[in-house]
Ligand binder design. Sequence first.
Ligand SMILES: Nc1ncnc2c1ncn2[C@@H]1O[C@H](COP(=O)(O)OP(=O)(O)OP(=O)(O)O)[C@@H](O)[C@H]1O
Ligand SMILES: [Mg+2]
Length: 445
Amino acid sequence: MREGSTRTIRRPRSAPAAVRAVVVAGASRGSTAVGKKITLGRSRLADVTIADFTVSEFHVEIAASSDGIEVQDLDSWNGTHFEGARIQRAVVPRGATLSLGESTVRVDVVTEEQPSSAVRDSFRSLLGKSTVMRELFALLERLAATDLSVFIEGPTGSGKELVARALHDDSARGPEPFVVLDCAALPGNLAESVLFGHTTGAFTGAVAPRVGVFEAANGGTVFLDEVGDLPLDLQPKLLRVLENRQVTRLGDDRPRPISVRVLSATWRDLRRMVNQGAFRDDLYYRLAQTRVVLPSLAERREDIEALVAEVLRRLPRDASCARAISREALAELAKRDYPGNVRELKNIVERAAYMCDGPVVRPQDLAFERMLERRNEPRFDDSGEDEVPEFKGAKRTAVDDFEHDYLQRLMARTDGNIAMAAARAGIERHYLRSLLKKHGLHTRG
Ligand SMILES: Nc1ncnc2c1ncn2[C@@H]1O[C@H](COP(=O)(O)OP(=O)(O)OP(=O)(O)O)[C@@H](O)[C@H]1O
Ligand SMILES: [Mg+2]
């Protein structure tokens, strides 16, 4: 059984543009690929592999843009050159020739065939009717049926964790455990024990045995979140566990067999980290047998309406809040930029639903950015004056003051450590970061 509905959609008349890259001179002459985004490099995981030692593992990425082809060099050693000039990020004309080390590549725009005319508009709890999400759901459905490792890329708040959960839930491992390991929050000296477990007395303070993440997930899935933050010294150890399919607790000499599917994600560009030697390429290959790239919300504004409706539908039944949104407010939301992607949209809608005074969210209820400016508004206190401030302004000022004070105390108590602060406050790190930014509070984490 699958959640969500399947709907037949009409084939769009003009298919979205894709790019083609062909190696025209050098070691891998003739190698080619077509796609919305193409990575070229020496790695066998690149979309076009160029067997040339002057080319970096992941050298450059190209994508179609309205006025040509967008080229983004991935911090390659020898650079990407166009007409004799080294380029970092640039738009080049169709049919342009790029030099990557000693190899030459021609890039062009092509019209892509639509992969299918009937695709779903949700996958488990992931929603989206945009073409890019529908294609993604079709891919996820196929991936869920396999045991391949999946590396999930995408900007913050774009749904990476949700994709990992959906892949697990939809797979044969669904009834087994799904264990999330946040690699950015691993305690330095205990990291190895968190991953692999330990026996009593394995080190000072190991008073009881501990089951590591891999053993705990046996039969199911481990999701290595923020895997780009995995300490370098742990990387070969993790690779060994994945290749040998067995784990040995610290202080133990008996390996235990495990069957675990590994999914991983990061907002960092691991390909750049591989180029810079900050992430082991052999581990990257093992983690990224397949890759899933999530688009930013700005690239799929058609999905905003369904996401907003879902947020309103999921508000607690007994809460006193708005449960509908006006057309004008929706139009206002569709115009905005969302650096925090779906998470930011959800936060905005949720807060508006609670803060507004009527049953329907209107454009004026979405003006949270102005909250800070209202800090100086009159408060409704016992100062004895006759002034009665307007209710909504006073409510916003109060919430704003509360957030500010709460964050200050929280960060003081956790010594500015974001991971610890988010855990203690019971909110997600990225949301905490955005709140801190909004209030101009700086941290060390
Ligand atoms: N396609 C989607 N449909 C419905 N909800 C979504 C979708 N994508 C993301 N969300 C929601 O947005 C929020 C952020 O998603 P998630 O935590 O998976 O993002 P992330 O990519 O892991 O972010 P980060 O990089 O900050 O960890 C969650 O509340 C999630 O449920
Ligand atoms: Mg995440």
